[in-house]
Design a binder for this molecule. Structure first.
Ligand code: SF4
Length: 260
């Protein structure tokens, strides 16, 4: 794969991996999280369009590895001085696993730290294409109940679990679970406890919590899609703190991270 379909590049990010990073957003995601703040990334790996400020705009541009490398290298000095690097996000990176692996190989060969964000929703063969070239995986854990996960977001937790364990066995990779805190979906006591149990079984000592926000809501208007989270309030600080403390009771350090 010489080209990847990219819908955004964000420089100077201090979330989504350590240090100062360039985030590259790959288009395409088979899931349907109702809270998704990048709905323009969803569905197929093909350009989409939306109407923004009265104009039709294309979402997603095919970019070669060399073009992306040129972009990434602009901030090489920041990666080296801050301990940062390059993070591939989405969408779901595994939709373009071959391109992602080939691109990260080149980034890593330049001595730059590499990370991906993933939901781990595809069979292992896709992750295998990336694993040799990635230093850190920010791995989303959302809804643990099998039936609910399939019904609400269209993911199979068994595949997620298998991928998570596969990555944990690779000692070269740092795996950091990320939990979006979404009222009415992920923050109920049962789901949080299921996530904690899953992490305790695997002796995981650190997670990132991503509190729900409404930043993506206008994008649904651009796309002409219904936004089901319109009336869902964000969590207040006390609620977020209570969830954080609950993780800490199980000796899991919970960092409040950037927002999903
Ligand atoms: S996995 Fe991420 S990109 Fe895909 S629908 Fe869910 S929130 Fe959106």
């Amino acid at each position: 794969m010489d080209q990847g379909l990219i819908f955004n590049i964000q420089r100077y990010s201090v979330h989504d991996g350590g240090g100062i990073r360039t985030l590259i957003f790959l288009k395409g995601c088979p899931l349907r999280c109702p809270w998704c703040s990048n709905p323009e990334s969803r569905k197929k790996v093909e350009p989409a369009s939306w109407r923004k400020n009265g104009k039709i705009e294309q979402v997603g541009t095919w970019r070669s590895k060399d073009e992306l490398l040129d972009e990434v290298l602009k901030d090489d000095i920041f990666y080296r001085t801050s301990g940062g690097g390059v993070t591939l996000s989405g969408g779901e990176v595994l939709m373009q696993a071959e391109f992602a692996g080939e691109f990260l190989k080149e980034v890593k060969n330049l001595g730059i730290h590499t990370a991906i964000e993933t939901t781990g929703c595809f069979p292992i063969e896709r992750i295998e294409k990336i694993v040799p070239y990635v230093d850190q995986v920010l791995f989303d854990l959302k809804i643990m109940d099998q039936k609910e996960a399939k019904r609400i977001i269209g993911i199979d937790p068994m595949i997620v679990e298998e991928n998570f364990d596969y990555l944990l066995r690779n000692k070269e990779i740092q795996v950091i679970p990320r939990i979006p805190l979404i009222p009415e979906y992920t923050t109920n006591k049962i789901n949080i406890q299921q996530i904690i149990n899953f992490l305790v079984e695997r002796q995981i000592k650190e997670v990132h919590l991503l509190p729900f926000h409404q930043y993506g809501s206008s994008k649904y208007d651009y796309l002409g899609w219904e936004y089901r989270m319109k009336n869902v309030p964000t969590l207040n600080e006390d609620e977020i703190q209570a969830i954080k403390e609950h993780f800490e009771k199980f000796e899991i350090a919970a960092n409040i991270d950037g927002l999903e």
